[in-house]
Write a protein that binds this ligand. Structure first.
Ligand code: ADP
Ligand code: MG
Length: 718
């Protein structure tokens, strides 16, 4: 009507008025582009024949193999869609167990670009004509060399074949003209050599044991599937790219190996939630736009505690897709930063003395019918499920504590865990003080129901600002595993990690708890008694106090909770008999894969520390010592001014020589090497660093050969 009236009045249509700008319709913006570059469920449903779509979705529940005809239909529709989005190539995108130092964020993902062109092989011509196509077998499967990726001995150069196969639960997308296909990566013999496959298997475990448990406790039995969900909070630093390149330690190791704190660092927490500096604002905005287009809405974006530190997190979704999105996020950060002359640091501790970066994994378990095991619930069954869910979690965390510790064990995180800025290396469970009291009442014979989950309010006691609704339980930022109202926040995850591994571990231990509880009830116990028994046996893992306090390590020891404060200490436990048993029972790792994974953890650790030691020596010999010599020479005419320079500079040389000597005699056996690097080489690196940082306060300003902390963390503000 409206448009006809207007046409009558003005003689042209409304469309024309919009296009001529007569009406001030706002231009299309990033929100209009949301999810346009991802072949998500909605797009898939609109492009595929209904029956093919239904079968595809069903296969994600049953694990059924997609038929050749359906593969053809799916490949055709993805190809057509990808071309319309500008794709000129495709790539299987997979997730080797690279871990590494966090030096190059985004390296968690790997892909080999493939063409969307094929030849008309049936043509009689000598030069075969081309056609653009995506054959179904190339979309679904790929073959590559597994021996050059970390594989823990599961592949060798003479038995190198490995295969990629589309993780059908994570959608394809187009990024920078390439259609990416998220993949699982396995050897010729079907052993996993990536981070994604264990996550997929752990999802199956949660699904299998969770459905079994629901049946046993007779709650939510209409559920067909149980999923794990993840919302990550990524912390990172942004600095200028030219300063980054001028620091061999940042380039090689992702963290500064030397560098004194500036007088003003983070004492007043001035940066926390402060306005984002202009240059970084542009970067974060561009990242947000790119991620939104790729189907990942970034919900939160703010300045973090340390100068130059920031955080972004998306709205949560299923854990596989969410983990993939995080790897993509790191890659997008690198790319967008490069365009603006900036660099993003994902290392857990780029700067000594100021806060490091974590990647809190907000994690929950829920059914396809909307039940959440970690939500206190509005109905009695949902409330009961909450109490049951946390019992399973406490079992998993107590019985398989080491696996959760291993999930976050790597060289970078050693600088962060237990350093009063992140949770300690002791893994405990914080369900809230109110819930802790409820657990004790259950152990004492009380009912499962009765936990008061009513919302409270925080009263401002002022006329203008109303009382704010607040969560049932307080926040505990010192806990590695705090309850957050409808999820647990695994806070110990390092900023450079692929979330897949930590989530695979917490899924595994949760599934083991669900299996244990189900078996008690199936064996004839009442749900109440079985839950009470589990709480009683695993009570020690529940801790609601201050995890940063000096007493906690002693108290934890009394409770039988290990404190494995270095990566080698944690890694040693990964393939224990107990670990292998639970991994096998939950079908997450075979014993062989478990050994391989441990080997990779050691290898990554040893490589990281070796590169750090070599880089430190190189920076000192080619940068610091020459600067010291030049500086000292300036005092030859006025020796009374040189103070302690001679002694300090000489000590750098002496301690560096000692570091070289120690490093040269490192053992070659993997475990011994890790222990030696950790306990002998790393402390000596600290000694060297202390001397160099002292010298930094003495050397003439323009002679110090590397950008200082002050320059690194403040100059992007201009
Ligand atoms: P914080 O206040 O701890 O900094 P943020 O708001 O930065 O938390 O991030 C919280 C994250 O938790 C978001 O990614 C959010 O989507 C996610 N989240 C919320 N509910 C759930 C849930 N049930 N399961 C998993 N993740 C969730
Ligand atoms: Mg946050």
């Amino acid at each position: 009507f409206c448009s006809r009236r207007l046409r009558d009045l003005f003689g042209f249509t409304m469309d024309k008025m919009f296009s001529t700008g007569l009406f001030n319709q706002s231009a299309a913006d990033v929100l209009d582009e949301a999810a346009t570059a991802v072949f998500d469920d909605k797009t898939m449903k609109s492009k595929l024949p209904a029956a093919v779509y239904t079968r595809f979705k069903q296969s994600l529940v049953t694990g059924e193999v997609t038929s050749e005809e359906d593969m053809q239909a799916i490949a055709d529709s993805i190809f057509g869609w990808a071309r319309s989005k500008g794709a000129v190539a495709f790539a299987h995108w997979f997730f080797p167990m690279r871990g590494g130092s966090g030096a190059v964020g985004g390296a968690c993902g790997a892909f080999k670009m493939d063409t969307l062109i094929d030849l008309e092989w049936s043509s009689p011509e000598g030069t075969k004509p081309f056609k653009a196509t995506l054959p179904p077998e190339r979309l679904f499967f790929g073959e590559t060399d597994g021996s050059s990726f970390p594989n823990g001995g599961l592949r060798a150069t003479h038995t190198a074949a490995a295969f990629t196969t589309w993780d059908r639960s994570s959608p394809c997308f187009v990024y920078e003209k390439v259609l990416r296909v998220p993949c699982s990566f396995v050897t010729h013999l079907g052993a996993c050599i990536d981070d994604k496959t264990p996550l997929l298997r752990s999802n199956d475990a949660v699904n299998r044991e969770g459905l079994r448990l629901l049946k046993a406790v007779n709650i939510g039995t209409d559920a067909k599937q149980i999923h794990s969900f993840l919302g990550w909070e990524q912390e990172f630093f942004v600095i200028k790219a030219d300063l980054y390149r001028a620091r061999p330690d940042l380039v090689n190791c992702g963290r500064t190996l030397i560098g004194a704190l500036p007088a003003r660092n983070q004492q007043a927490d001035l940066n926390y939630f402060a306005p984002v500096p202009e240059a970084v604002h542009a970067l974060l905005f561009n990242i947000q736009a790119a991620m939104l287009k790729l189907g990942c809405p970034m919900a939160v974006c703010h300045n973090e505690v340390a100068p130059a530190q920031h955080e972004m997190s998306p709205i949560y979704c299923q854990a596989t897709f969410s983990s993939d999105n995080n790897v993509l996020f790191m890659e997008v950060c690198n790319n967008e930063a490069a365009k603006l002359g900036l660099a993003v640091l994902f290392h857990e501790k780029p700067f000594a003395g100021i806060n490091g970066s974590g990647k809190h994994n907000n994690w929950s378990i829920g059914t396809d019918t909307g039940l959440n095991f970690f939500y206190p619930g509005k109905t009695d069954p949902a409330r009961e499920l909450f109490v049951i869910g946390i019992a399973c979690l406490s079992y998993g965390l107590m019985q398989h504590n080491d696996l959760v510790r291993c999930a976050v064990a790597h060289a970078g995180n050693d600088h962060r865990l237990g350093a009063q800025e992140a949770p300690p290396a002791i893994v405990s469970l914080y369900p809230g003080t109110g819930f802790e009291a409820h657990v004790d009442s259950i152990i004492g014979g009380g009912e499962l129901l009765g936990y008061k989950a009513e919302k409270k309010t925080a009263d401002t006691k002022s006329t203008a600002a109303m009382p704010a609704p607040c969560g049932v339980e307080d926040r505990n930022r010192t806990a590695p595993f705090p309850f957050c109202g409808n999820r647990f926040e695994f806070r110990a995850v390092g900023s450079s990690q692929n979330c897949s591994f930590p989530i695979a571990m917490v899924n595994t231990i949760m599934a083991s708890g669900m299996a244990h509880l189900a078996s008690l009830i199936e064996g004839g116990m009442s749900t109440r008694d079985a839950v009470a028994q589990i709480y009683k046996e695993n009570r020690n893992v529940i801790f609601t106090g201050n995890g940063y306090s000096a007493e906690w390590p002693d108290e934890a020891k009394r409770r039988g909770l290990p404190n494995r404060f270095t990566t080698p200490l944690a890694t040693a436990t990964f393939n224990s008999e107990k670990a292998k048993t639970v991994f096998e029972a939950m079908k997450v790792y075979s014993p062989e894969e478990c050994d391989a994974r441990q080997e990779v953890m050691y290898e990554n650790y040893n490589t990281t520390l070796s590169v750090e030691a070599s880089t430190l020596v190189q920076m000192i010999e080619t940068g610091i010592l020459p600067a010291c010599a030049t500086d000292l020479a300036k005092y030859s005419a006025m020796p009374s001014l040189k103070g302690e320079r001679d002694a300090v500079y000489t000590s750098i040389k002496k301690e560096t020589d000692q570091l070289k000597k120690l490093f040269a005699s490192k053992p070659h056996e993997m475990v011994a090497e890790a222990d030696y690097l950790c306990n002998t080489v790393k402390p000596q690196m600290q000694v060297v660093r202390a001397a160099v940082d002292k010298a930094e306060g003495l050397i003439q300003k323009d002679l110090y050969p590397f950008p200082t902390y002050e320059q690194l963390i403040y100059s992007h503000h201009s």
